[in-house]
Design a protein around this ligand. Structure first.
Ligand code: SF4
Ligand code: SF4
Length: 235
């Protein structure tokens, strides 16, 4: 196994500190501006530095546009293998960035991710599902959610599946007869489901044709199992 490289306690520490004094550039974690880097426009790797240019901002003035940007420049030790490794990782990332299509659509009827995946649900999600079926919040929570509240109370649990196995289908997934699946509560599905991205998805059902019109069948219908409010499930 490779040893992790501790840049800060490296023999070059003294040199790094003098570099900071000379240039004002941070060379220790405590000196770094750790604000999120957005709109990264350039990543440059030399024998001594990694420099990331980001957060470009254009200020429109009367007769000129002023363009400013932030720059994060990090000096590391001059271990050529380390430099090469970082270069290779960044090149790979760049390659995949170019590979990504602008728009990516799941093959209609796939829904592989609706098995195996356990979407978290918030109180708002439960309320939306309750409204969808016109049932009380407590009933929606009891019938459709495995309750596992997060420490801050925002998440109340995750959606039930048709069985206890993690690979079982979501309770709302329909279409098993035709083999072309669809969400039975699509317009009211949890935020976690709506935000799920197919980018990089390796579970895609390749056998499904993308150019066929897809008509979902009937929506999920609840089997009424009224739940009396208790201190546990009362909102
Ligand atoms: S392609 Fe991936 S993300 Fe899209 S429905 Fe299929 S499994 Fe889910
Ligand atoms: S609620 Fe719908 S989209 Fe979400 S996992 Fe279940 S079937 Fe899939």
């Amino acid at each position: 196994m490779n040893e992790p490289i501790d840049l800060i306690s490296h023999a070059a520490l003294k040199e790094l500190r003098s570099f900071t004094r000379r240039t004002g550039q941070p060379t220790e974690i405590g000196q770094l501006d750790l604000a999120p880097m957005e709109h990264v426009t350039n990543i440059e790797i030399t024998e001594e530095h990694v420099t990331i240019t980001y957060n470009e901002k254009t200020t429109h003035r009367y007769n000129v546009n002023e363009v400013s940007h932030k720059e994060w420049s990090y000096k590391y030790n001059d271990d050529p293998e380390f430099v090469k490794a970082i270069g290779a990782v960044i090149d790979l990332a760049r390659k995949h960035l170019r590979d990504l299509p602008d728009n990516l659509a799941c093959p209609p009827g796939c829904a592989e991710c609706c098995s195996g995946y356990e979407p978290f649900v918030s109180k708002a999600d439960v309320q939306r599902i309750a409204d969808h079926f016109a049932i009380p919040y407590a009933e929606a929570l009891e019938n459709y959610v495995v309750q596992r509240p997060s420490a801050d109370g925002y998440i109340v649990g995750y959606l039930r599946k048709v069985g206890d196995d993690i690979t079982d289908k979501c309770i709302f997934l329909k279409g098993s007869g035709s083999g072309r699946y669809y969400c039975g509560i699509y317009t009211s599905r949890p935020h976690d489901c709506g935000a799920f991205t197919p980018i990089g998805c390796s579970d895609v059902d390749e056998s499904l044709k993308r150019n066929r019109a897809f008509e979902p069948g009937s929506p999920f219908g609840p089997k009424r199992r009224p739940v009396l409010p208790t201190s546990r499930n009362r909102r």
